[in-house]
Design a binder for this molecule. Structure first.
Ligand SMILES: [Zn+2]
Length: 335
């Protein structure tokens, strides 16, 4: 009886994608032939699934007649990457699992960082980084030449899923580990490198923008900036090792760490100028008032309030004097 219940549960689990498709859940793009979903258990920063509406069981059920449908699915995948990720297409793996568990054929479109708290074991890594993952182009080539895709024997599937050592997938890196928990921090290492590179490029771009703002006030830089505001990564890698926690998701959403000193400089300037240049401090009077411990003498408090409030009022009426300071703080708010 217990076994029958287990079978039922498995069957239910296998049918989840089809139910989601019929109910329109997690769908970000759809045509009459296929749909793109966000994976509910992403194994990387970006993980999409492209499902055909035709009831095709898995990759081995494809025939030459499906090549046109596959073209269409690939086109959708390209659009999803362009629209919903901050990475170029070259950072994605596109293909099928040879050991697919779910009922409906589903094409994975997954970023190659594999930086996700939901990537928890060797099997999941090997699913995407061994022969268990059939590259889209290779699948199409097989269909073109032979007209079918040969199923992988269960024994080979089993061996590959447990195969060791686990090898790094990043270009020029030959790191490997026998144990997934020894390997996982290495994924974080590459992620950090990538973020570092991004923040350096971002800092350089901002510097260029600053110059542009001075030389060319045409507003073109605004288009540039809004183009950077892509939808963020789907998950927040909040679990795992300590340094994973310290890091936010990448891309241009989160302020790159390298820029933080710059921001502090901007906010520090008005404080330094406090008293010397009355027009230049914007936030300081408000903050001082808020953080101050309660004075015992009420009269003193009233006097201080009286001296503080005209200052604040005067600053609000002096937009021209604060102009140079405002620009950096606007940037803080935008980023
Ligand atoms: Zn590596």
């Amino acid at each position: 009886m217990a076994e029958a219940g287990e079978q039922e549960n498995l069957a239910h689990e296998r049918g989840q994608l089809v139910r989601d498709l019929l109910e329109g859940k997690h769908i970000i793009m759809e045509t009459d032939r296929a749909a793109v979903m966000k994976s509910v258990k992403p194994k990387a920063q970006y993980h999409f699934l492209v499902l055909p509406k035709e009831d095709i069981a898995n990759v081995t059920a494809l025939t030459r007649d499906h090549l046109d449908l596959l073209d269409h699915m690939e086109e959708l995948a390209n659009q999803a990457v362009a629209k919903y990720s901050a990475f170029p297409l070259s950072n994605f793996l596109v293909g099928f699992k040879m050991n697919q568990f779910m009922d409906r054929l589903n094409m994975h479109v997954i970023s190659n960082d594999f930086y996700s708290p939901l990537l928890r074991g060797k099997l999941q890594w090997n699913n995407f980084n061994t022969e268990l993952f059939l590259n889209f182009d290779y699948a199409c080539a097989q269909l073109c030449c032979r007209g079918f895709i040969e199923p992988m024997p269960a024994k080979k599937q089993h061996e590959l899923s447990l195969s060791a050592p686990i090898k790094c997938n990043q270009k020029g890196c030959d790191f490997s580990a026998d144990n997934f928990f020894a390997f996982k921090p290495h994924i974080g290492f590459h992620w950090e490198q990538r973020n570092l590179q991004t923040s350096e490029q971002y800092a350089e771009a901002l510097e260029m923008l600053e110059k542009m703002q001075l030389d060319n006030p045409t507003g073109h830089h605004r288009n540039w900036r809004s183009a950077r505001q892509q939808p963020g990564p789907m998950i927040h890698p909040a679990q795992g090792k300590q340094y994973w926690k310290q890091r936010g998701p990448s891309g241009f959403q989160n302020q790159p760490q390298k820029l933080q000193p710059k921001q502090e400089d901007y906010s520090a300037k008005p404080q330094e100028a406090n008293g010397n240049a009355p027009g230049s401090q914007k936030h300081t009077p408000f903050k001082q008032k808020k953080w101050k411990p309660k004075p015992k003498n009420e009269k003193k408090e009233q006097e201080q309030e009286q001296t503080a409030s005209p200052k604040a009022g005067a600053q609000q009426k002096e937009p021209s004097a604060t102009k140079t300071v405002e620009k950096p703080s606007e940037k803080q708010a935008e980023s």
